[in-house]
Design a binder for this molecule. Sequence first.
Ligand code: CDP
Ligand code: CDP
Length: 223
Amino acid sequence: MNIAIDGPAGAGKSTVAQKVAGQLEYVYIDTGAMYRALAWGVSHEQLPISDESAVSALLKNNKIGLVRQAGRQRVFWNDIDVTDQIRSTEVSQYASIVASYGPVREQMLVLQRQLAEQGNVVMDGRDIGTHVLPDAEVKIFLTASSRERAERRWKELREKGTETDLAELEKEIEERDRRDTQREVAPLRQAEDAVLVDTTGMSIEQVVDHILQICERTGESAK
Ligand code: CDP
Ligand code: CDP
């Protein structure tokens, strides 16, 4: 069984997907980290972010790695560990710009399908249920109000020692959501056969339990 989890920024996709994968002993694949790694590469190489063909060539000529180390996912750009650096605000905005380029998405699609080839994966992103794994047995569209999503990010950053402005954070998230839903290639949208889970007011454990129940029901009905 493959599980696709899509939704807007801060909906809880990566946290929940990792826990679901852990419970089911599936492989977790964070496709957002791949776009973030490319965005980091663009910034590192000081390429103009608006140059679609240069960004696409950069992806072609470099290697993005998702590696599990000590139970945690680490992200590599060639042999540079960029796991922490790709979470900055600048990289987040850059990621949603490079993600709007068709030739970039075409290459990512090939890489992501290769990663899911062996099956039993939980993959999260924006277009997993609609484009990357359209045949996934379980499709979840995870969301929450933009205020709650911004608050979650704000708390997360504060725990890491970074104080940010909540209103500013909410504006950044909304801007990225707008770019992700309005782009022409593989925009963020709920697949027709995805289950909508609005997590506003829900704890991580509640969301994980809810998704595990959906997986269980799907597994039962496939028997
Ligand atoms: O991957 P995505 O951007 O969708 O969200 P995330 O990075 O998994 O979650 C953003 C933050 O919200 C993390 O700090 C989670 O611990 C937190 N979270 C939460 O407080 N309640 C939930 N139901 C889900 C996530
Ligand atoms: O964690 P958060 O939800 O904030 O973002 P992410 O999942 O790490 O993704 C970063 C950016 O990559 C998103 O804003 C999207 O523009 C892009 N992305 C995408 O277009 N398609 C995917 N399957 C995953 C991410």
